[in-house]
Design a protein around this ligand. Structure first.
Ligand code: FAD
Length: 304
């Protein structure tokens, strides 16, 4: 006898960040049975760790923190009648419209009519660059550092080099200064900062973050803990050893679509599979994530 539980829902939503919550709420409010599964124990995806303001200016016309924005979206989701499975990771999506879910209750097979993939994005790691040296502790992506610092209250070091100048790196640079740490340098390979203009003003200039343009990290030093990085200046060709105990990378985001890839054919994804939020394309601000996902959720019921 199989020990795998079986479930059926009209619409399975994978991921409970801003995108998944809005898509699920839109579809459930329009009358579909909806099940949202998220691997984390709480809703919100990246929102709970984004304790800075800057969320909701477009959608709510208010300057909210990530957790405040999350609370509003969670309230709408919970009121919509959609079902919610926390700590449930979808490990497989199959062409016969079933998904395998793994949770503390065991394995579960869910059949569905339509599926919304709202699995967010991944951060490009240091290993995506050809960086020489040891693999010491003290190296994080910006999102990992944000989660460790803001949600876990871990000590992630005191002298920090940031490689790359994407939005999350800039927001983390400010957060590190505000928590008493020193940002020794932010190294950017291009000649200008990445990310949104408002972060250049509010995070970099306001907190006097030393940005070194046309520079990258080519080696890390120290073992078992990081002690320094080699900064290579592309304009002069010079190498500089920069002592630090933490290296944070902000090298860009990649949509997380690994569950969908085995289903892709020459015609793209199957008609029953719908991508939204950062899994579809990287959104700078959450407001457009919510608007697009709500619209998607409602449209699925009309076409159902
Ligand atoms: C550091 C940072 C700062 C930002 N600052 C701002 C800002 O100031 N203003 C603003 O408007 N926007 C900001 N944004 C952008 C905005 O927050 C995001 O674009 C938006 O929240 C992304 O929502 P999402 O639902 O697509 O992804 P996510 O929030 O990443 O949610 C995806 C969810 O899917 C889950 N998941 C993934 N795979 C599986 C699986 N196989 N099974 C089950 N669950 C799975 C993940 O655990 C996660 O909970 C920021 C983003 C970041 C990362």
């Amino acid at each position: 006898m199989s020990s795998v539980r079986g479930l059926h829902t009209d619409i399975l939503v994978i991921g409970g960040g801003a995108a998944g919550m809005a898509a699920a709420a839109g579809a459930a409010a329009a009358g579909a049975s909806v099940l949202l599964a998220d691997e984390r124990p709480v809703l919100g995806g990246v929102l709970p760790q984004c304790i800075h303001q800057g969320f909701g200016l477009g959608y709510y016309n208010q300057d909210l923190t990530g957790p405040e924005y999350c609370a509003r979206e969670e309230a709408r989701f919970l009121a919509s009648g959609a079902s919610y499975l926390p700590s449930a990771r979808v490990t497989e999506l199959r062409p016969d419209r079933t998904a395998l879910l793994s949770s503390p209750e065991g394995l579960c097979e869910c059949s569905f009519d339509q599926c919304v993939l709202a699995t967010g994005c991944r951060e490009r790691p240091l290993s995506s660059l050809g960086v020489a040296g040891t693999r010491p502790s003290g190296i994080y992506t910006a999102g990992e550092a944000q989660e460790l610092l803001n949600l876990g209250h871990y000590d992630i070091g005191s002298r920090v080099v940031i490689l790359g100048s994407g939005d999350i790196g800039q927001i983390m640079a400010r957060r590190l200064v505000l928590t008493g740490r020193t940002v020794v340098a932010m190294a950017e390979i291009k000649g200008s900062l990445g990310g949104m203009k408002r972060n250049h003003e509010e995070c970099i200039r306001a907190y006097h973050i030393p940005v070194i343009f046309h520079a990258t990290v080519t080696a890390v030093h120290g073992y078992p803990a990081l002690t320094a990085v080699t900064l290579h200046h592309l304009d002069t060709g010079a190498d500089e050893t920069v002592p630090c105990d933490t290296l944070i990378t902000a090298l860009g985001l990649i949509p997380e679509t690994s569950l969908a890839e085995p289903l892709r054919s020459g015609d793209g994804y199957p008609a029953w599979l719908h991508l939204c939020g950062n899994a579809d394309h990287i959104h700078e601000i959450v407001d457009s994530v919510t608007t697009e996902a709500l619209r998607l959720g409602r449209s699925l019921v009309k076409s159902h």
